[in-house]
Design a protein. Sequence first.
Length: 143
Amino acid sequence: MHPITSDNLYTTLLERLPEVLPYVETAAARHNLRPADVTHWEQLNTHPGTLLSEVLAHPLFLPALSEDRDHDLLVRTFAFVEALLDSPGGYLEDTAYYTFIEPCLKTRETLGRAMTLALPRTRGELWKLAEAWNITPDPAWPR
C-alpha cells in the first residue's frame, strides 16, 4: 500500500477497509452529511486519529484483535497502519501510534497477535513499546 496522506486518508480508508462504512455513516449523519458527500476526513472530525478511532480502531480492529477473529480485517488494518507510519513528513505517524499501536498492549495475548500480524515497521514500534514497558517477550513473537 502506498503511504497515506492527509488528503487521501478518507478515500484510502473506505477503499481498503469498506467495513468502516456503517460507522462512517454515523459520523457523517452527525454533520448532516451522507458518506458520498464527504471527500476529506476534516468534514467528519477535527483530527484523523479521532475519526480512525471512531470508525475503525474501536468498533472493528481492537475487538477483532482481542477476540482473535477476522484475520483478513486485521491484516488489512495492519497494512493501513504501516501506510500511516510511512505518511510523507510523518504527519500521520502519531495517529498510527496512539490509535492502533499503543492499544495493542492491552493484554499480552493482544500484543502477541499484533506482533504476529503487524508489518515490519509496525512490529518494530510494538517491540519498542514492549521493551519500554518491560514486557518479557514470548520466544514465538517474530522480530
